[in-house]
Design a protein around this ligand. Structure first.
Ligand code: MN
Length: 494
């Protein structure tokens, strides 16, 4: 399902005490708010007004319906009036969808002349939303709370961001990952408990034989390759005479895509240590598949492949770009300390500042018999994040760091791969000390389209640990946070 196919259900809390006239006004206004929000163009998905709930049964019924409706990616609640929240307990206790409490108010201003006790009885979100918030706190519900006037742009933007994070949850719960070969030998951080990951995040992670991919490649026709070459020509500059290498990558891409689509997989991993029967490590092939929205992880890193796919789904339609990334090397000059990210071949061209070039170069690492074609480009500038999911043994930890991508400060004409340069928060050194303290991987997802707040929301909804390294983080504060988190997660039990 695409982003626009998901919907969110608006459930407004109330009670019978006010009489039918007030309830009619509440329902009409709730519908008006939903219509206006949907027409504003500020939200990525549709909101559907479901009910002004006055009883335990109405709430339990709508939650039951939401749990089993594939299109419903979450519920949004609000209390125009007072809604005694014991009537919410049964519904909330069985809720299996993401939940946002929109603490807002129908009117913007307190009307000086008009305000009397009738007005107060109708417009009492200020205490209705407090009663409503208590029961979710009491039930330890994972939730998003957004407070502010519903017509404000910032409120709508935050609601839209949360919707995208919730769609990430829905996407994650349906996600299948195709592994070609195992992880790179001896690497620790790309390992993980696939059973734990499936129970927490929903991912079905399974392996397919490289030999089956080779068979699929053998069945690709010249006409299929011709058609894909035309797409490459439209999107990229061909800067090599080695057309055979490009055609070989096209053949790999077509075969991988057929297998992914047949098995309904939205992400894949492979490893340069297992290319049995293949002439080239897929470079251009993996890069163009990422541009189409598939997640990818190198060296068998299925966790980063899955996270790339999820973050791409969360950022669908945004202009920035999202890719599999690897921290490679540093520029340690005072006043301008930078990280250089790249990979052996596979960086998504959605990050490119200009038109990527297709080049072929020798690749010494791995089983390559021939020089693989790949896209080479500079990454675009702007605020971004890098994200790493690691398995701590007994729980998953999602680590997110704020960065700012810059135009690479040198041309690096002999570097034969796509490159992205960035400044890390709070500084290269402290950021690095914090990243290492938290155990973050060398592989990450780099995105311009999804924010740290959205990743925090995602982690909360998924009930996994979240670590954020931002401009205020110190190693001392992070060490304390991780120490207490370790104890808390053990107490919590998994
Ligand atoms: Mn790597």
């Amino acid at each position: 399902m695409a982003l626009k196919d998901y919907e969110f259900w608006f459930v407004v809390g109330s009670q019978f005490l006010y009489g039918p006239e007030v309830l009619e006004i509440v329902a009409a206004r709730a519908q008006e708010m939903v219509d206006e929000l949907n027409n504003s163009g500020a939200l990525p998905c549709k909101i559907v007004y479901k009910v002004t709930a006055k009883t335990n049964k109405e709430i339990s019924d709508v939650v039951r319906e939401a749990n089993f409706d594939k299109k419903c990616a979450g519920i949004i609640t609000w209390c125009h009036t007072f809604s005694p929240s014991k009537m919410w307990i049964n519904g909330f206790a069985s809720l299996q969808k993401p939940y946002c409490h929109l603490a807002t108010q129908y009117n913007k201003e307190i009307p000086n002349e008009e305000i009397d006790m009738d007005f107060m009885n109708l417009n009492q979100a200020a205490h209705g939303d407090r009663e409503h918030g208590f029961i979710a706190a009491r039930l330890r519900m994972p939730r998003k709370i957004i407070a502010g006037y519903w017509k404000d742009e910032s409120v709508r933007a935050r609601l839209g961001d949360w919707m995208r994070a919730a769609v990430g949850v829905a996407f994650s719960k349906e996600l299948s990952v195709m592994r070609f070969g195992d992880n790179m030998r001896e690497v620790a951080v790309t390992e993980g408990d696939k059973v734990e990951v499936q129970s927490k995040l929903g991912w079905q992670v399974n392996t397919w034989a490289v030999g089956d991919l080779v068979k699929e490649m053998d069945a690709v026709t010249e006409a299929e390759i011709d058609a894909l070459i035309e797409i490459y020509k439209e999107n990229y500059d061909i800067a090599t005479d080695n057309i055979d290498a490009i055609r070989y990558q096209a053949k790999e891409e077509i075969a991988i895509k057929k297998m992914l689509d047949r098995e309904n997989c939205k992400a894949f991993s492979n490893t340069f240590q297992d290319l049995y029967g293949m002439e080239q490590l897929p470079g251009l092939a993996s890069q163009h598949l990422m541009a189409l929205g598939y997640g990818y992880g190198g060296e068998g890193d299925w966790k980063v492949a899955a996270m790339t796919a999820i973050i791409k789904a969360m950022g669908e339609g945004k202009p920035g770009g999202t890719s599999f990334m690897e921290d490679y090397t540093y520029h340690l000059v005072d006043g301008n300390k930078l990280s250089l990210g790249a990979h052996m071949l596979e960086v998504c061209p959605s990050l490119a500042a200009g038109k990527p070039r297709i080049e072929t170069h020798h690749l010494g690492i791995g089983m390559n018999e021939k020089d693989p074609a790949r896209l080479v480009f500079e990454g675009k500038e702007g605020k971004a994040i890098v994200v790493s999911l690691i398995d701590m043994g007994g729980r998953l930890r999602l680590i997110c760091q704020d960065i700012e991508c810059v135009k690479p400060v040198m041309e690096m004409p002999n570097l034969p791969v796509a490159r992205v340069m960035w400044k890390a928060e709070p500084s290269l050194e402290t950021g690095l000390e914090c990243w290492i303290t938290a155990g973050g991987a060398h592989h990450t997802v780099l995105t311009h389209d999804v924010t740290s707040e959205q990743m925090r929301d995602f982690a909360k909804m998924m009930d996994i640990e979240f670590v954020h390294i931002d401009k205020n983080t110190t190693q001392e504060s992070l060490e304390k946070e991780l120490f207490f988190a370790d104890v808390a997660w053990k107490l919590k039990g998994v």
